[in-house]
Design a protein around this ligand. Sequence first.
Ligand code: IPM
Ligand code: MN
Length: 389
Amino acid sequence: MQYVYSSKPNFTPREAAGEQAHAAGPPENDREKEDKMKSYDIALFPGDGTGPEVLREGVKVLEAACARYDIRLNYENFGFGGEHYMKTGETLPDSAIEDLKQHDAIYLGAIGHPDVKPGILEVGILLKARFALDQYINLRPVKLYPNVETPLKDKGPDEIDFVIIRENTGGIYTGVGGAAMVGTEHETATQVMTYTRPVVERCVRYAYDYARKRNRKKLLTLVHKCNVLTHVGDLWVRTHEEVGNADYPDIKQDYNHVDACTMWMVKSPEFYDVIVTANLFGDIITDLGAMIQGGMGIAAGGNINPEGVSMFEPIGGSAPKYTGRNVINPFAAIAAGGMMMETLGENEVAAAIDKAIYDALASGKIKSLSAGRMGMGTTEVGDFVASLI
Ligand code: IPM
Ligand code: MN
C-alpha cells in the first residue's frame, strides 16, 4: 500500500539512482532474474531540511551496492516531518506505525524544522518510532576515516575506531515523572531514571554479541555513574558482570564512570573497542564521538530492534540553512545505509559501502567534511562514492 502523507514524494529512488536503475522497469529477459532476487522493503523518511538531499545520495549508493549482489530494494516514501506537521498537525500516527511494521527497515534523512517548536517533532516522530517499534539499541560507530580531520592532536584512524551501544528506549527517556506547584516558589519536578533487569540485560547481551562479532579487542566497557546513581548503576554493573561471566568468557569486561569516559575518549580513544551505556549517557557521549570522528557530516546511527524493524539515520540534524544548496555532506547518510544492510544481514553489501566510503576519503579528493567546503557538491559526492562500489 502506498501512503500519501506528502502530496508528492521528494524524489523517487529510481530517479536518485540515475543510470544505475532501469527507468521503465526491467526488460523482459531480466524479469525472471528479478523475480528470484532477494528483496527488502525499505520505508524512506526523507524528512526536513537537507534530509531529502542526503537520503537521495544514500539511496544512490545503496542501489549501486545492491545491484552488485543481486539484491533489490523496494521503497515506500513516508512524508512525515515539519512540513507535514504544519499542514496537518500530525506527527507520526499509529496507522503509520502499523504500516512501518510491514517493512524491513526505515531509512531516515533528518527531522527538525525551524518553524516548529523544539520537542514536538523529536518526541512525536523520532522518539515515537523508537518506542513504538521497540528499537532498544542505538548503535553509533565512532570511526575516523583516512584524510578526515579530527580535533584530537596526534590521533588517526588507528586510534579512533570503536562503537558505542546506547540503550535507546529506557532510563530517563521513559518520561516517568511529573511536576507540581508549577509557577510557585516551591515548584517541584522529577524525571525518573527507570530501568528493569530485562531492559538492561537485552542491551548488555546485544553489546557482548556485538563485541564478539566485531572480533577486535573483544573488550566491552560499561559506562555509567554507579558511584552516585547507586541503585540504577548497581543494576547495570551487576548485569554486565553476571551476563559476561556466564555467557561471554571470551570478552573482557571493563567499567568507566561517564565523566571519566569523556576524558578518555579525548585523551586515549584507542583504549576502547565496544562501549555499552544507558540512554542519556549514550546521547551525550555519542555527540562527543561524532566530533572526534570528523563531525556530524560523517556520523551515522542505527535505532535497532534486533527482532523487528530498525531505523537508520545520519546523526546530524536538518541543517535548514544549507537546504537546497547542494552543499550538505551526504557521507553520514551513506554510512547509515551501509549499517542498514549490515543489520539486515547483508554483510557483503555493507562491506562494499564501507570500502567505497573509505576509498572516496582516502583518494584525497574530498577537501573537507564540512558543508560547503567539500570541494564538490552533495550529488557529486554521491556519484563519486557510488562509482567506487
Ligand atoms: C539523538 C537526538 C535525540 C535524542 C533527540 C532529537 C530526541 O539527540 O538521536 O541523539 O536525544 O536521542
Ligand atoms: Mn543526541
